[in-house]
Design a protein around this ligand. Sequence first.
Ligand code: DSN
Length: 422
Amino acid sequence: MSVNPQSYRDLLAKSDPTVFNALLGEEQRQREGIELIPSENYAFPEVLALLGSSFTNKYAEGYPGRRYYGGTEFVDIIENAGRERAKKLFRAEHANIQPLSGSPMNQAVYLQFIPPGETILAMDLSHGGHLTHGAPVSHMGKIYRFVRYKTNPKDGSIDFGALREVAKAERPKLIVCGYSSYPRDLDYSQFQAIANEVGALTMADVSHYGGFVAAGALKNPMDAGFDFLTTTTHKSMRGPRGGLIVCKAEHAKGIDASVFPGLQGGPHMNQVAATATALHLVDTEEFRLYARQVLANAKALAAELMKHNIHLVTGGTDNHLMVLDVMQSFGINGAQGEKALDHAGITTNKQVIPDDPHPPLRPSGVRMGTPAPTSRGMKEPEMRVLAGVIAAALKQHDDAAHLAKLRAETKALCARFPVPGL
Ligand code: DSN
């Protein structure tokens, strides 16, 4: 690497002690605590190195072979490699790996292919949909008319009969699926069949679990004929913070024009390089084993939590995450649950549950997932230990001494499983 990591740290310690000390604090927090926020993970060490590499210095507006700047022969290599790797992993005809993150990635699809004021059909946010799927507070929620579908209250499945009726009545131009707090795998062919009936395009935002789709552990929407798959690259893929879009060949020109110059200027070439490398590392047997272990760990954690009489939304999980109804299980809200777990050394986030009667800052649920502890090498036995700590912390959420004892247990567990790259 062009920068010796130790010399960079020594330099930073001298030149900016405020930021350096915060960095040390964050590293200690990551080492000594369990990260269960399902959208967080530990980037591959190669990814961290590339983010701090000399690719940071380079402007490269345009695409490989058609740039608006000179000196792009090396960045063309990394972007071409990344695009080919994304196409291969998602079995897609075209890939764009320049989106700076999840929001511009989804906006690039909407703004290019859907005229303002038109209808988009997306999941109700409390049932698992995402901010960028038309939340009323987002600009997209104001530009488009978002119509909602929901999950079945009995088992959390998607009610495709109801979805078909809404689609026929509302004639959306786009149907969106793929969620950030939905614990089940999806039958993409049913979405595609409905879209075909009403003449809508299809987009799956697999940001949370794109790595597991790429690894073959979860279904691939492109196999069902989807028009677009979008995914952030920093969650399940352990890449840099960023996004990518794959699509059918017929949308290639439109997607590229939408990302640049439609929405963005110069791509972050350090991010593009790190994305290319993350995609390379995802396409390995080691990563495929990791992906399967994440899902096995989630199943083990969910089963054990339920043995502690904790109610899980939809009654379990098929993927990497679960939502605990802590209001029903312990009579506390999600903010109280999140805080108690924080004190026990376990990081999670408060979460609304379907049709939650409580507000988003004090919702009924807590969301958790297994990508990060699995990256540390934890397996089913550790999930059983964690479930015991979680149940004890939620039960005795206002007993500071008890929570401190649990925190020591968490720290001891973490000491046996180092964080990759730290
Ligand atoms: N903020 C991410 C999550 O936590 O689900 C999604 O963008």
